[in-house]
Design a protein around this ligand. Structure first.
Ligand SMILES: NC(=O)c1ccc[n+]([C@@H]2O[C@H](COP(=O)([O-])OP(=O)(O)OC[C@H]3O[C@@H](n4cnc5c(N)ncnc54)[C@H](OP(=O)(O)O)[C@@H]3O)[C@@H](O)[C@H]2O)c1
Length: 264
């Protein structure tokens, strides 16, 4: 992260909470917002192991860039833990301006093989967790207005047999529209970014169950930074006029039903 020389008036001195911000797209969003002058609450699920170390390193990077950042492990699928996450953010910063609902965790397997614990993980992390966070964010966001962005995926509208997470993404895209209508009067804008394929840790797992994905031409993939750029846009002044929308961010891949077979 470079020292902050890109601070933007809309963002400077404000506070963002990013769920699942320790790695992948969430970490790229954290870096993009830090460059704009936003203080950060970087959430991840587990206090131990690699993600905790990554989140701590990201906080140090952000501090070097001139903003204040804290890392808060909390499983957002547990209501009490989600509550503590927002209490810590409030204690540290006393305000919240942006919420990025980025965390996701799901089994990649066909529907008929989903165990009860898989289904509970699917719904708890990817639906209930987002609702708990939105409920907790409402009061602080209402004080001065703010913006929320949810990270969706093409699985919300195209079937992939090993990707039941797509059904949660579809539910959340609908929630985004409801929330935009319910909370717009409080000065809170809510939108979603529906991203194409990004080579993060979760993609490494997905390609193990769907090796065909490995054959896709490189031009079909997005970088975490490209997705973060769209999240930054939707948190910025554009959030005043874009409300309840899901912005497809996939380099146009989903515009066509068929693509020519890649060579080889
Ligand atoms: N990668 C893609 O191709 C792609 C495409 C479209 C959309 N998306 C969406 O973009 C978002 C980020 O994806 P990614 O690939 O960057 O993810 P990732 O690399 O797998 O990272 C997931 C992050 O979410 C956190 N997390 C998981 N469960 C959590 C929970 N219950 N409570 C709190 N944090 C939790 C993880 O923390 P721990 O490390 O502690 O578990 C980690 O920080 C997801 O919503 C994903 O569905 C991804």
């Amino acid at each position: 992260m470079n020292p902050s020389n890109e601070a933007e008036p809309h963002f400077q001195g404000k506070v963002a909470l990013i769920t699942g911000g320790s790695r992948g797209i969430g970490a790229a969003v954290a870096r993009r917002l830090a460059r704009a002058g936003v203080n950060l609450v970087i959430n991840h699920r587990s206090g131990r192991g690699r993600s905790g170390e990554l989140a701590e390193a990201l906080c140090r990077e952000a501090e070097e860039a001139g903003v204040h950042a804290i890392s808060v492990p909390a499983d957002i699928g547990k209501k009490d833990a989600a509550g503590e996450l927002f209490s810590k953010a409030e204690d540290e910063f006393g305000r919240l301006d942006f919420l990025v609902l980025n965390a996701a965790r799901a089994p990649f397997k066909p529907w008929e093989k989903l165990l009860e614990r898989d289904l509970r993980q699917l719904v708890e992390t990817n639906y209930l967790g987002n609702v708990f966070c939105m409920q907790k964010a409402l009061d602080p966001l209402s004080r001065q207005g703010g913006a929320v962005v949810f990270l969706s995926s093409l699985g919300s509208r195209f079937a992939n047999p090993d990707y039941p997470l797509g059904s949660m993404k579809a539910a959340m895209e609908t929630a985004v529209k409801y929330w935009a209508e319910s909370y717009g009067d409080r000065g809170i804008s809510v939108n979603a970014v529906c991203a194409g394929l990004v080579k993060t840790d979760s993609f490494k797992t997905l390609r193990m169950v769907d090796p065909e994905l490995e054959k896709l031409p490189e031009r079909f993939f997005l970088s975490p930074e490209e997705v973060a750029g769209v999240v930054h846009y939707l948190l910025g002044p554009a959030s005043d006029v874009i409300r309840g929308q899901t912005i497809i961010t996939d380099r146009g891949v989903s515009n066509r039903l068929r693509w020519p077979t890649p060579p080889g």
